[in-house]
Design a protein around this ligand. Structure first.
Ligand code: PRP
Length: 179
């Protein structure tokens, strides 16, 4: 069945997302003041959150992107994490902040964390808009969290179902009966 907007019920409105992102941006601005920082976005899902969060950080820093994927296009993780694109910026001796849209099983972040830790950054922290701890399969520390959510399949604001709905300005729950 084709993904349909009719099956999405709102969870976090655009206004609520933006208000929380402003708070996170202020916190990060305080925590990284005076530090040599590289902010790394994990594509594809992170793109709206990355753009809004980095603009809420009143600091100067480098940005870079990686692309990892664990989902085979449906609603369940395949358990395998593939790095499709590596970042093009050195983080050795620099502070590194990884930006993620959602932490679900934790498999993606676990792989990224180990990969980046081996490059010897001065520090490595993670900020995620959404954290779904009930689905965790591996232990990962998420240093900054926008919202903790229940085990719903969420779409919008970067999150997709079969590639669709990333462009919605809000986060909604997709009816799993029809996912
Ligand atoms: C999603 C999401 C996270 C990851 C979280 O990415 O953006 O990167 O899954 O799930 P996990 O904690 O179970 O690993 P996805 O692989 O769907 O790629 P996308 O960002 O291109 O949508």
């Amino acid at each position: 069945m084709e993904p349909s907007r009719d099956r999405i019920s709102p969870l976090f409105s655009e206004a609520r997302l933006q208000a929380r992102i402003k708070e996170l941006g202020a916190e990060l601005t305080r925590d990284y003041a005076g530090k040599d920082l590289v902010v790394v976005g994990l594509l594809n899902g992170v793109y709206p959150f990355f753009a809004d969060l980095t603009r809420a950080m009143e600091l100067d820093f480098d940005v870079s992107f990686m692309q990892a994927a664990s989902y085979g296009g449906g609603t369940e993780s395949t358990g395998e994490v593939i790095i499709h694109k590596d970042m093009d910026t050195s983080i050795r001796g620099r502070h590194c902040l990884v930006v993620e849209d959602i932490v679900d099983t934790g498999l993606t972040l676990n792989k990224i964390r180990h990969l980046l830790q081996d490059r010897e950054p001065a520090s490595l922290r993670i900020v995620a808009l959404l954290n779904k701890p009930k689905r965790r399969r591996v232990e990962v520390t998420v240093d900054y969290v926008g919202f903790v959510i229940e085990d719903h399949f969420v779409v919008g604001y970067g999150l997709d179902l079969s590639g669709k709905f990333r462009n919605l300005p809000f986060v909604g729950i997709y009816d799993p009966e029809h996912a």
